[in-house]
Design a protein. Structure first.
Length: 100
């Protein structure tokens, strides 16, 4: 998780939350329910934290680009294992249904 923005170039951004002054992470909707109303007509910049509760800041949830190889290897392992299980179950089903 990184402060504001969407992390470094090459990171995989998947969500953005608001960290309140007490340390809790909440969704944008929950943070806005706790925020002070902004006077009508006053320009705001949500990326700069305008309109957030006092002491709150935006947090980006990202997968760092440096961890891509680790994540890829884990996913390949899970998919390969699932494929082997499916091939094994198919082999069992074919053997049981063949006559003789």
């Amino acid at each position: 998780m990184t402060d504001s923005g969407t992390g470094s170039p090459g990171d995989l951004f998947f969500d953005q939350q608001v960290q309140l002054a007490d340390g809790r992470r909440v969704t944008w909707d929950v943070a806005m329910a706790q925020a002070q109303p902004i006077p009508q007509g006053q320009p705001t910049d949500p990326a700069a934290g305008d309109g957030l509760p006092p002491g709150a800041r935006m947090m980006a949830l990202v997968v760092p680009g440096t961890r891509y190889q680790e994540v890829e290897l884990r996913e390949v392992g899970v998919l390969a294992g699932g494929s082997l299980v499916a091939v094994g179950l198919a082999g069992i089903a074919v053997r049981r249904r063949r006559p003789g």
